[in-house]
Design a protein around this ligand. Structure first.
Ligand code: GLN
Length: 484
C-alpha cells in the first residue's frame, strides 16, 4: 500500500478494496512509529483526519468520489488550514489555529482528500536544510545524520519515508526542488501564478509558489490538477482555462530538444552529482531527445539578486507579526514599542531576523537605488536569458543542487554556504518559470541526486511528460530508504 501510486490508491478506494479510514489509520500508525525520529510532521490530529476519511468513504460509497478522494496528503505547515494549528515553523505562530483555509487546502478538501497533518519546515520557509525550524530539524530518511533539504524538508522526508501518499510544498528559491532532490523524490514548482497564494503564509510574494511533492511525475500531475486554477483572492493568480496536466504523459520524447546550461556544469558542482546527471541526460538521448548547449550568462547573479529581493519582501511581509493581532506576544513589557520589540525579538529565530535586517537595509533611503533597484534590473536580465535559451530548446536540464544531502550542522554557521545550496534553482523563481526535480541516481555516500527540469512558462504538461517517460525507463523514483 505504501508504495502504491495515487492512481492505484484511488482505484483501490473506489473498488472498495480498502476504505479511506483504513488507509488513513495505516499512515497515522506509521507516523506514530517513525515520526519521533524523523520529525517530518509538526502537527497531526488523528480525530480530524479520520473524520475527513469517513466523509471520503461516504463519497466513495455514493459515487461522488473524485481522483483524490480518500487519499491522505500531508500539508506543509505554511498553509492555513481551518481548525489546524498553522505554525510556519516559527515560535511566532506556535499556538496559532487558523480560522480559514488556504486556497490549496480548500482545493484538496473539495477533492475529498484527507489532510494527514502539517509538515515541518524552515522557519517562514527561510532555509535549505530544515535546521531553522523552531520545532527542530528534520532527518533525511536515507541517512538520519543528514539534512533533508529545505524549506519543505518535512514534506520531502514524509514522502520519502512513506509517511503520506503525497505532499504539498512551497518554493521561493528552491524549497520544493532542493529537498525533493536531497530526499530522492519528485517535486514541481509551477509557473508563478498557476497556484493561488491565498492563505499561504507570505515569505517573498513575487517569488512564492506552491506545488506538489510526490514519488512520481504521474502523481505530481494528478496533484497539480487539484491545486491549479484561478482564484480571485490572490491578485497574482492567473486567469487561464483549466488544463489536464496529465494529458501529455504518454507522449514519446522523439525530437525533444534539451538545453544544457554551461553555467550549471561548471565550478561548484560536485563530481558525483555531475556524473549522475550526465547519465540521466544519456538516458534521455536513448529516449529520442537531442541535446544543445545553452548559456544563461546572468544566472551567476541569481543568488545575490535573490538575497536582496527576497529579504526586502520578507521584511515587509513579516511586519504583521507584532504581538498585537495574533501570534506570539512577550509576557512582559513596559509600553507599546517595548511590546513590539520584545515580541519580535523572542518570537523570531536568528535566520528570520537576519533576513528582516537585510531587507530593511536594502529598502532604506540611500540604499534602495544601490541594491533593490539594481537587483530588480538584474532580475529582468535573468528572465531574458531564459527567453533567449528557449528559442533553442524545449526544456532545460541540469542538477537541482550542487551536492547530495550534507550533514546536520555542517553549514549552520555559514549562511553564504547555505545560500549556495540553491544556486541552480533560484533563477527559475526570479523568472517566474516552472521547474521540477526528479530522482536520477545516487551520489556520494549513496545519497539521492536530483535532475532539474526547467520549462517555459505554462509548459508543466511537457515537463511532466519528459519526467514520466524517464520514470518509465528507469526505477530511481521507486527506490525507498532501507530500514524504516
Ligand atoms: N533556501 C532559500 C532561502 O532560504 C529558498 C527558500 C524557499 O524556497 N522557500 O530563502
Amino acid at each position: 500500500m505504501f508504495n502504491s501510486s495515487l492512481q492505484q490508491l484511488g482505484s483501490a478506494l473506489r473498488a472498495g478494496q480498502i476504505s479511506s479510514v483504513e488507509l488513513t489509520q495505516l499512515y497515522l500508525d506509521r507516523i506514530a512509529a517513525l515520526n519521533p525520529a524523523l520529525n517530518a510532521y509538526i502537527t497531526t490530529d488523528a480525530g480530524t483526519s479520520l473524520a475527513q476519511a469517513r466523509a471520503a468513504d461516504t463519497m466513495l460509497a455514493n459515487g461522488t468520489a473524485q481522483a483524490l478522494t480518500g487519499i491522505p496528503i500531508a500539508q506543509k505547515d505554511i498553509f492555513c488550514a481551518k481548525g489546524w494549528r498553522t505554525t510556519c515553523g516559527s515560535k511566532m505562530l506556535e499556538n496559532f489555529v487558523s480560522p480559514y483555509d488556504a486556497h490549496v487546502i480548500g482545493q484538496f478538501n473539495n477533492a475529498g482528500a484527507v489532510n494527514l497533518g502539517k509538515t515541518n519546515m524552515d522557519e517562514f520557509a527561510m532555509g535549505s536544510s530544515n535546521e531553522t525550524s523552531y520545532f527542530g530539524t528534520v532527518k533525511n530518511p536515507w541517512d538520519q545524520s543528514r539534512v533533508p533539504g529545505g524549506s519543505s524538508g518535512g514534506a520531502a522526508a514524509a514522502v520519502a519515508a512513506r509517511l503520506c501518499a503525497a505532499a504539498t510544498g512551497t518554493d521561493t528559491g528552491g524549497s520544493i526542488r532542493q529537498p525533493a532532490a536531497l530526499c530522492g523524490i519528485s517535486g514541481l514548482k509551477p509557473t508563478y501564478g498557476v497556484v493561488s497564494r491565498y492563505g499561504m503564509i507570505a515569505f517573498a510574494s513575487s517569488l512564492d509558489q506552491a506545488g506538489p511533492m510526490a514519488r512520481s511525475a504521474e502523481d505530481l500531475a494528478m496533484l497539480l490538477n487539484a491545486m491549479a486554477g484561478f482564484d480571485e483572492r490572490d491578485s497574482t493568480s492567473l486567469q487561464r482555462d483549466k488544463e489536464d496536466y496529465a494529458r501529455d504523459l504518454s507522449k514519446p520524447l522523439d525530437g525533444l530538444r534539451i538545453g544544457l546550461p554551461k553555467e550549471f556544469f561548471a565550478e561548484g558542482l560536485g563530481n558525483d552529482v555531475a556524473q549522475t546527471v550526465e547519465a540521466a541526460i544519456a538516458e534521455y538521448k536513448k529516449l529520442g531527445a537531442s541535446v544543445v548547449e545553452i548559456s544563461l550568462p546572468n544566472s551567476k547573479l541569481s543568488v545575490p539578486v535573490y538575497y536582496v529581493l527576497a529579504p526586502a519582501e520578507a521584511s515587509s511581509n513579516l511586519s504583521r507579526f507584532d504581538g498585537v493581532r495574533y501570534g506570539y506576544r512577550a509576557p512582559e513589557y513596559t509600553d507599546l514599542a517595548d511590546m513590539y520589540e520584545k515580541s519580535r525579538a523572542q518570537g523570531f529565530g536568528a535566520e528570520v531576523k537576519r533576513r528582516i535586517m537585510i531587507g530593511t537595509y536594502v529598502l532604506s533611503h540611500g540604499y534602495y537605488d544601490a541594491y533593490y533597484l539594481q537587483a530588480q534590473k538584474i532580475r529582468r536580465l535573468i528572465a531574458q536569458d531564459f527567453t533567449e535559451a528557449f528559442k533553442q530548446c524545449d526544456v532545460i536540464m541540469g542538477p537541482t543542487a550542487p551536492s547530495t544531502a550534507f550533514k546536520l550542522g555542517e553549514k549552520g554557521d555559514d549562511p553564504v554556504q547555505m545560500y549556495l545550496s540553491d544556486i541552480y534553482t533560484i533563477a527559475v523563481n526570479l523568472a517566474g518559470l516552472p521547474g521540477m526535480s526528479i530522482p536520477c541516481g545516487f551520489g556520494a555516500n549513496d545519497m539521492p541526486v536530483g535532475l532539474q527540469i526547467i520549462g517555459n512558462y505554462f509548459d508543466e504538461a511537457r515537463m511532466l511528460n519528459a519526467a514520466h517517460q524517464y520514470q518509465l525507463a528507469t526505477d530511481w523514483h521507486s527506490r525507498a530508504p532501507q530500514g524504516l
